[in-house]
Design a protein around this ligand. Structure first.
Ligand SMILES: [Zn+2]
Length: 365
């Protein structure tokens, strides 16, 4: 390995986004296989089933089988789907839905070394384009992250589908994507200083910063448009920011304080917000840890508030604050992404940063 490590990105082979693009699914499937198997959750499947089946049929590659019962990406579910795909001799996997369904599809494709296509049905996650699958237990405890030998051969984002999902998903996706504009630069700086084997690319840095600018410029408008049932340029730009830009060049690394704070807070009894919402709050905490200018933090905070993303601890739920110290300690777990910050972060610094964020939120009124 060269001194100072290697720069790498892991990207989907093809990314297609737009209104009605689901109709092209069959044509793309045919480039990689002839017996597709679809994996999804029940609600997602009911939303796309007719269009998926029609497109596959029209392209002469009808569905060999499907499983629409994914509620969690567990080893049990993955093995169950693997057995069915093998029995049917399917040769390409299509994951339709949110994170759990596409992660299950990706894990199955990895086990069988088959190509995978992801078809997101909402925007709460960028799992569709990532080359990993997060496995949970039945009761939603993190088990492991499976890294794929290749990213999806196609991410097919039909804006008509994702923009018609409840608007809260778009907001959650924006909250998660917000972090990349801060975590990636922190991660890149740390990896450079450490002369780590894993180095960020300048391309990924640029795209992540562009993602942040897009969210700031169009995020609020996009939410209004989706609420009004309009698919506009603002919506398309924000969907691209969430689906493509936020995960660009992630390649198994790129998180820093925002996700570490999220991971710590998830142990708090009473936490009532979803991943992207907690990550948005974690981003504000990271900004405070980095001692960014007040005006900059305030700008992001106002944006979060406008979208309904949490800006103070009490927005996260009816928290049992006696667990806060423990949460801060977990956020600083040396095996978690807090270690990717360019300076050492202690639990006390985390609780202090949370207090600063709370104070600023109170000032905003
Ligand atoms: Zn995330």
């Amino acid at each position: 390995m060269p001194e100072g490590g290697a720069r790498k990105v892991i990207l989907p082979a093809r990314y297609v986004q737009g209104q009605g693009v689901l109709g092209q699914l069959g044509v793309y499937v045919r480039q990689h296989g002839s017996k597709p198997f679809a994996v999804s959750g029940r609600t997602s499947w009911s939303r796309v089933k007719a269009r998926v089946q029609a497109s596959l049929l029209q392209a002469g590659v009808p569905l060999a089988g499907h499983d629409d019962t994914v509620t969690e990406c567990t080893h049990l579910k993955i093995n169950e789907v693997v057995a069915r795909v093998e029995a049917l001799e399917a040769d390409i996997v299509i994951g339709c839905g949110g994170g759990k369904a596409v992660d299950t599809a990706k894990a199955v494709s990895e086990k069988l070394q088959l190509p995978v296509i992801t078809v997101p049905t909402q925007c709460a996650t960028n799992a569709d384009q990532m080359a990993d699958a997060v496995v949970f237990s039945e009761d939603h405890r993190f088990i492991e992250d499976i890294y794929l030998s290749q990213a999806p051969v196609l991410v097919l984002v039909d804006t008509e589908v994702v923009a018609r999902a409840p608007p809260v998903f778009l907001v959650q996706g924006m909250g998660d994507a917000l972090a990349c504009g801060f975590e990636k630069p922190a991660y890149a700086e740390t990896m450079r200083a450490k002369k780590s084997q894993e180095q960020a690319t300048n391309a990924a840095l640029e795209v992540n910063l562009r993602c942040f600018q897009t969210l700031m410029s169009y995020g609020i408008q996009a939410k209004k448009d989706v609420e009004a049932g309009r698919i506009t340029d603002a919506v398309e730009s924000v969907v691209e920011a969430i689906k493509l830009q936020s995960g660009f060049g992630f390649g198994g690394g790129g998180c820093a304080a925002a996700h570490a704070v999220h991971n710590g807070l998830t142990i708090m009894p009473g936490i009532a917000r979803k991943h992207g919402e907690i990550v948005a709050y974690g981003t504000l905490v990271q900004m405070a840890l980095e001692k960014r200018p007040m005006g900059e933090v305030e700008r992001v905070m106002r944006w979060c508030r406008e979208l309904g993303l949490p800006i103070r601890l009490e927005d996260l739920g009816t928290l049992d604050m006696s667990h806060l110290q423990k949460a801060a300690e977990k956020a600083c777990d040396p095996n978690d992404s807090m270690a990717n910050m360019p300076f050492p972060v202690t639990p006390n610094m985390v609780t202090q940063a949370m207090r600063e964020v709370d104070l600023l939120a109170t000032k905003l009124g």
